[in-house]
Design a protein. Sequence first.
Length: 193
Amino acid sequence: MRGLGEGGLGEGGLEPWRRCYREVGSKLVFFARQILQSGSHGAAEDAEDVVQTAFVRFWKAHPEAQPEHYGLLFAAVRTAALDVLRSCARRSRREDAYSTEVRDVRDAAAVSAGRDSWFEVPSDRQAEADRVQAALQKLPPEQREVIVLKIWGEFTFAEIANSLNESPNTVASRYRLGIASLKRHLSSFNDLR
C-alpha cells in the first residue's frame, strides 16, 4: 500500500479527498450522531471526531478511492462509532466498579431544549426538528440506521445492504417498518395539537 506522503495520494493529491468530504461530510456526521445516540452514549458531539477518524482510516486503506466507493465511508463511520460506544461502555463499567454515584446517561430535556439536536435548522423549525429526532430515537437502531442512510445519505437499498453487510430485502424491510413507525409517532403528535 502506498503511503500518504508525497506521491501516495494518487493523481489528484488531496483535492479528491477534500471534494469527497465536502460532498458527504455532513451526511457522515449525521449518521455517526444517530449511532452514538442509539447506544445512549449521549456524546453526539463526538460524531465529528468519529467521522474524522473513519475518514483517515478509509483514506489510508483506500488512497485511490473514487466517488462510487463513498458508501464504504459509511461502513467505516459505523465501525468507528461502534468502537467509541464499546470504549465508553468499558470505561463506564470500570467507573461503576469504583463509584456508587448514579450517572445521568442522557438528559432528555437537552434534546427538547435544542441543546443536543441532530439537525441544524433555523430556530423557527427547531420544534419540528426535535419531534422528528424524538420519533427517530424511538425506532430500533437497525431501522433508524437504514432510514438515515436512505433519506439523508441518499443511498440505494443495495448500497445500504453492502455497507451494513445485510441483504437488500432485510434493509428494505427495516426501512418500511421504520417509516411506518415514524408516521405513527409523528401523527400521534399531530393529534395532540
